[in-house]
Design a protein around this ligand. Structure first.
Ligand code: AMP
Ligand code: ZN
Length: 137
C-alpha cells in the first residue's frame, strides 16, 4: 500500500491518528472533517497515497467518486441534508492544504450559512472564445 510517512491522511487510514469513520471499503475511507463547513462534512480519501487529482489513478478516483455518492446518500438519509456539495481542491492555489487526494462531501441545510465563493457575473464573450481556443488547439 502506497503511504507517505509525513501525510496526516495516510496516518488516519493506518489508524495512527484518530478519526471518526462514517464508511469505508477496500479502496477508500470516509471520515468526519475536524473543521466542518456544516454538520456532517465528510472527507473521502483513497487508502493509497496520491497527492492530488493529477496523481491519483483512475481506479482510486472512481472508488472515491462512488464513496462520495454513498456518503452523500448517508448525509441525506441520516442527517436530513437538503442538498450536498462535492468539492475537490487541486493545488495550494485552489485551497488544497492536505496533499493526499480527498473529496469534501458537504451536506447542505436550508438555513446553513455557506455562500458561493465567487460572485457570478456575465463573462466577456471574446475572452471566453480565446480561452476555448487555447483549450482545444
Ligand atoms: P483541503 O483544504 O481541501 O486540503 O482540505 C483539508 C481538510 O482536511 C480540511 O477541511 C481540514 O479541516 C481537514 N482535516 C485536516 N486534518 C484533519 C484531521 N486530522 N481529521 C479530519 N479532518 C482533517
Ligand atoms: Zn497520504
Amino acid at each position: 500500500m502506497a503511504q507517505d510517512p509525513d501525510c496526516i491522511f495516510c496516518k488516519i487510514v493506518a489508524g495512527e491518528l484518530p478519526s471518526l469513520v462514517v464508511a469505508e471499503d477496500e479502496r477508500t475511507v470516509a471520515f468526519l472533517d475536524v473543521n466542518p463547513a456544516t454538520p456532517g462534512h465528510t472527507i473521502v480519501v483513497p487508502r493509497d497515497h496520491s497527492a492530488d487529482l493529477h496523481a491519483i489513478g483512475a481506479e482510486d478516483l472512481a472508488a472515491c467518486a462512488a464513496m462520495g455518492q454513498r456518503v452523500a446518500g448517508l448525509l441525506v438519509d441520516r442527517l436530513d441534508a437538503a442538498g450536498v456539495n462535492l468539492l475537490n481542491n487541486v493545488g495550494a492555489a485552489a485551497w488544497q492544504t492536505v496533499f493526499h487526494f480527498h473529496l469534501h462531501v458537504v451536506p447542505r441545510y436550508a438555513d446553513d450559512p455557506l455562500t458561493l465563493p465567487w460572485i457570478p457575473a456575465p463573462g466577456d464573450r471574446d475572452e471566453i472564445g480565446r480561452t476555448h481556443a487555447r483549450l482545444t488547439a
